[in-house]
Design a protein around this ligand. Structure first.
Ligand SMILES: Nc1ncnc2c1ncn2[C@@H]1O[C@H](COP(=O)(O)OP(=O)(O)O)[C@@H](O)[C@H]1O
Ligand SMILES: O=C(CO)[C@@H](O)[C@H](O)[C@H](O)[C@H](O)COP(=O)(O)O
Length: 467
């Protein structure tokens, strides 16, 4: 604690497109600093276009840059660190040698060493037939491609030699906590274990017998603890934060965005980041059945203190808009014209959408399928020659993204569940007024907006709560 007595908590969100960091004052509850950095970590996958992998070195460089950009004097006051991040994905490393600590300027940071790439939640290598060949999990969640255990099964069946190189695994946020605290065996929160599949939230244990019976490398499964626990203390000074600082167990990003956004039990949270989620809190004592219906668009995700969230978790959120920007950039290049920056393309595309308030053009945006309907891909209909402008396309795309979420979790069900207002969160929503207009048109509730660092803020708030 510094002379002025102030104590700060650092909150981190290691997202799919960007990392975010916030500094929260314990006493006042104010955010006294925040930074975000795009990770630009996507790499070619050995599995071809279905594979979605990210370079962990790139992610960690963005994280270090993000944290060291916070005021140096404030970082010295950090007494706890809360960590959240993109769920479902898996990274592999070797115990006790997953990173090396280096000096960056006059600060110490860690760089990944001999880790795998991160295979993310967007990965599509586990097709329907492959998933059908796996043992039935004893979990309330159906297994889906991009879930950690499904990915590990894929390597077991297709690249067993790959798994022989590693003896530790976790989500990217689990990796960050394990490196910061020098954990011999990674620890994982119930949030992240649930997102991997083959995990029972009732017993809070892996389906060990089912997995072992199928030859699954169960030694790779982290130890699981409740969300909100402290995982350990920093082994070294990191980015200007003192050695010995307590680090929370890594949490799920969307649970943390709910934690910082929803202030009333009747709030629903609509998060549009790389993905998109619409969620509301289930009543005390609710327990999901451990026999999931794969065709059900709403799943139940563990929250805190044995509560659950009902979640329409779409695979199509900001990533669809990002794909549209890439499409425009590629067409401009193919036309032999100078390619604007993606930032300027976003600005022009959003401005065009704002100038076109209505359109009959209809876009079903499920470019990446959905977990409950993996084969229903994107489509465009109701096309007329008079409605083909950039503004029409942008308005139709934003409407489609929000309408798709609404079709998964309709307003009627929200009303029946006692929801009285919607809190919007996520950078794709906070940076795009066309999306916000479509949320306000489609959902008959008052809509408020949080901050775009909501998951990082939530992770920090959880660590303050533990005092
Ligand atoms: N300059 C921009 N203007 C508006 N939206 C943007 C811009 N850059 C990125 N986005 C949107 O933000 C999304 C990423 O949101 P973010 O919260 O950073 O994701 P995550 O938390 O999943 O890492 C992208 O998928 C894209 O749709
Ligand atoms: O899929 C779910 C829940 O199953 C969503 O929470 C989300 O897609 C994943 O958890 C990841 O966290 C991706 O989140 P983000 O990187 O888009 O913020």
């Amino acid at each position: 604690m510094e002379a002025d007595g102030s104590r700060l908590v650092l909150g981190i969100d290691v997202g799919t497109s960007s990392v975010k960091a916030v500094l929260l004052d314990v006493r006042s509850g104010d955010v006294v600093g925040s930074q975000s950095r795009d990770t630009r970590a996507a790499v070619q996958s050995e599995c071809g276009p279905q594979g979605k992998e990210q370079d962990v070195i790139q992610i960690m460089r963005a994280l270090n840059d993000c944290v060291t950009s916070l005021p140096r004097e404030s970082l010295k006051k950090v007494t706890r660190i809360g960590v959240s991040g993109q769920m479902h994905g898996v990274i592999f490393w070797k115990k006790n040698q997953g990173c090396h600590w280096i000096n960056s300027g006059n600060l110490r940071v860690f760089e990944p060493r001999d880790t795998s790439y991160l295979i993310t939640w967007e990965d599509g290598r586990c097709n329907t037939d492959f998933l059908a060949s796996l043992p039935q999990p004893q979990s309330h969640l159906s297994l889906a491609t991009g879930f950690g255990c499904a990915t590990i099964f894929w390597y077991l069946r297709n690249r067993p030699d790959f798994l022989d190189s590693y003896d530790a695994a976790g989500t990217i946020q689990d990796y960050v906590v394990a490196m910061l605290c020098g954990l011999q065996r990674p620890q994982m929160s119930v949030h992240n274990a649930t997102s991997w599949g083959y995990f029972s939230t009732r017993s809070k244990t892996w389906n060990i017998d089912i997995l072992r019976g199928s030859g699954f490398p169960v030694h790779l499964l982290p130890a699981v603890v409740n969300a909100g626990c402290v995982a350990g203390k920093t082994s070294y000074e990191w980015c200007g934060i003192c050695q010995g600082t307590e680090v929370g167990i890594a949490l799920g990003d969307f649970q943390c965005s709910v934690y910082s956004s929803a202030t009333e039990s009747t709030d629903a949270v609509l998060n549009i980041s790389t993905s998109a989620q619409l969620t509301f809190s289930m009543p005390d004592g609710f327990q999901p059945e451990e026999s999931p219906n794969p065709g059900e668009p709403v799943a139940y995700f563990p929250y805190f203190n044995d509560h659950y969230l009902a979640v329409a978790a779409s695979l199509n959120g900001g990533n669809v808009l990002a794909s549209f920007i890439t499409l425009l950039s590629d067409w401009i290049a193919e036309l032999g014209l100078a390619i604007p920056s993606s930032a300027s393309l976003y600005t022009r595309v959003i401005a065009a959408g704002l100038s076109q308030h209505e359109t009959h053009l209809t876009i079903d945006p499920t470019l990446f399928g959905e977990r409950h309907t993996p084969d229903r891909l994107a489509s465009v209909s109701n096309i007329t020659a008079a409605e083909l402008s950039l503004g029409h396309a942008t308005r139709a795309l934003c409407h489609g993204i929000v309408q798709n979420l609404h079709s998964m979790l309709p307003s009627s069900r929200l009303q029946e569940s006692g929801v009285r207002r919607i809190i919007g969160s996520g950078s794709a929503l906070s940076r795009n007024d066309v999306l916000r207009q479509e949320v306000e048109k489609i959902f008959p509730f008052p809509v408020l907006y949080g901050k775009d660092t909501d998951s990082a803020l939530g992770a920090a708030m959880v660590m303050v709560k533990q005092w």
